[in-house]
Design a binder for this molecule. Structure first.
Ligand SMILES: CC(C)(COP(=O)(O)OP(=O)(O)OC[C@H]1O[C@@H](n2cnc3c(N)ncnc32)[C@H](O)[C@@H]1OP(=O)(O)O)[C@@H](O)C(=O)NCCC(=O)NCCS
Length: 333
C-alpha cells in the first residue's frame, strides 16, 4: 500500500521503544527493504532476540506511531568508528513519513538523545550508516546536519563456484576456537590486529560474537584460528553463518608479524570450502573502501555487491552555525 502524500502530524506520536515493538519494527524494516528492492533485515524472531539483549545499553530507542502502526523507528547508542568512540544513529522511516514536518516528530528527540548520550560518554560525533541503494534517508540525514564521509563499507560476495586453493604455510594448522573460554583472548587478538582503524574499520564487538555463538545451529568451525606448533595463535576468522542461508564472513585478522605469508588467504579459502560443503549459496564480506584486504578478497574471487555496500554519515555533536539542519536549536542544544 502506498502511504498518503501528507500525513497529518497531529495523528502522530513518539514514544520510547519497547521490547514488545519487535514485530512492528521488523515489519517496518522489511517494508523498507522491499521498497529498496534489496535483501536483508531481520526476521521478527531475530528482532525479538536482539531486543532481549543489552544492545541499547547506554543509549535509547524511539518509535513514531500512527495509531497502532509503527511508522518510524530510531535508536542511538555508544559505538566505535575509525578507532574512536561515536554515537551510532539508526533511523528507518516509512514511505510517506520522510518530510521534515513529519519526520522531525521522531528525529528531533532522537538527535537530542544522541547529543545527550554523546555528552554523557564524552563523545564528539554521531555516525549513521546507510545502504548505497537507499536514496530515501540521506536527505533526512543532511537536514539533520550530518555530512557524508568519503569512506564507504564495500560489500563483496562470492558465488562459491571456483575457490582458489590457498594452503597454510608449513608448521601451521587450523582449529576451531575453544568457546567460550577462548573468546576473550580471541577478541583481544582481533582488537590488536586492527592496527590502522582509520583505514580498516573496527573489529567485531564481543557482545556481537556472543550473539553469533548463541544462534541456533552455530558450528564451532565458524570461528577458526591458525596456530603454530607451540600453540601460538597467528590469525583468525569469524563467520556469522545463518544455518541454511547465505553466509557472511565477518572478520579475518592476522597478527602483524605473520602477514604476507598467505595466512589470511588460507583462512578465507578454507572458510569458503567449508561453506560450500555446508550447502551455502554464497559467501558475503564487507570492508572499508580503504582496507587493503579488498585485494585479498578480490584475488579469491569475491566481487563487489552493491546491496551490501554502505555510506557513512557523520555529525559533530555541537550544532554548527553553517549547517542547515532545519531542526530547532532547542533540539540540538
Ligand atoms: C587483511 C589481512 C587479514 C591479510 O592477512 P595476510 O595473512 O597478510 O594476507 P595474505 O598474506 O594472504 O595476503 C594476500 C594478498 O592480499 C594483499 N595484501 C595483504 N596485505 C597487504 C598489504 N599490507 N599491502 C598490500 N597488499 C596486501 C596482497 O595482494 C597479498 O598477496 P601478496 O602477498 O602475494 O602480494 C591482515 O592484513 C590483517 O589482519 N589486517 C587487519 C584486519 C583487517 O583489516 N581485516 C580485514 C577486514 S575483515
Amino acid at each position: 500500500m502506498t502511504a498518503p502524500e501528507t500525513i497529518p502530524a497531529d495523528d502522530l506520536r513518539v514514544r520510547p521503544l519497547r521490547q514488545a515493538d519487535a514485530r512492528g519494527v521488523a515489519v517496518l524494516v522489511a517494508d523498507y527493504f522491499t521498497e529498496l528492492g534489496t535483501i536483508g533485515g531481520m526476521s521478527v524472531e531475530q528482532t525479538e532476540q536482539l531486543f532481549a539483549t543489552s544492545w541499547l545499553e547506554g543509549g535509547c530507542g524511539l518509535v513514531l506511531e500512527n495509531g497502532s502502526e509503527i511508522t518510524g523507528y530510531g535508536f542511538v547508542r555508544p559505538s566505535r568508528w575509525k578507532g574512536s568512540d561515536t554515537v551510532q544513529f539508526g533511523l528507518t522511516l516509512k514511505q510517506g513519513y520522510r518530510d521534515r514536518q513529519v519526520h522531525r516528530i521522531l528525529t528531533d528527540p532522537l538527535l537530542t538523545a544522541a547529543i545527550e548520550v554523546a555528552r554523557e560518554h564524552r563523545i564528539n560525533n554521531i555516525c549513521m550508516h546507510l545502504r548505497v541503494c537507499d536514496t530515501c534517508h540521506p536527505p533526512v540525514m543532511l537536514e539533520l546536519g550530518f555530512q557524508e564521509d568519503p569512506v564507504s563499507m564495500l560489500g563483496f560476495s562470492h558465488d562459491l563456484k571456483a575457490i582458489p586453493n590457498r594452503p597454510l604455510p608449513q608448521g601451521l594448522r587450523f582449529r576451531p576456537a575453544r568457546l567460550p573460554e577462548e573468546s576473550p583472548a580471541l577478541m583481544d587478538m582481533m582488537a590488536s590486529v586492527f592496527d590502522d582503524r582509520d583505514r580498516q574499520g573496527e573489529p567485531l564487538a564481543e557482545s556481537y560474537l556472543a550473539l553469533i555463538a548463541a544462534k541456533p545451529g552455530f558450528d564451532p568451525e565458524q570461528m577458526l584460528v591458525v596456530e603454530d606448533s607451540n600453540g601460538m595463535v597467528a590469525g583468525s576468522i569469524i563467520d556469522a553463518t545463518a544455518p541454511g542461508g547465505n553466509s557472511s564472513i565477518l572478520q579475518v585478522g592476522v597478527r602483524r608479524d605473520h602477514r604476507r605469508r598467505g595466512i589470511g588467504s588460507a583462512l578465507v579459502s578454507r572458510q569458503l570450502n567449508w561453506l560450500k560443503a555446508r550447502g551455502a549459496g554464497a559467501a558475503l564480506a564487507g570492508m572499508f573502501s580503504t582496507n587493503i584486504a579488498a585485494t585479498l578478497f578480490w584475488r579469491l574471487g569475491f566481487r563487489p555487491d552493491p546491496q551490501r555496500t554502505f555510506r557513512f554519515f557523520l555529525r559533530d555533536t555541537a550544532p554548527a552555525a553553517n549547517q542547515n539542519h532545519g531542526g530547532t536549536d532547542d533540539a540540538l542544544s
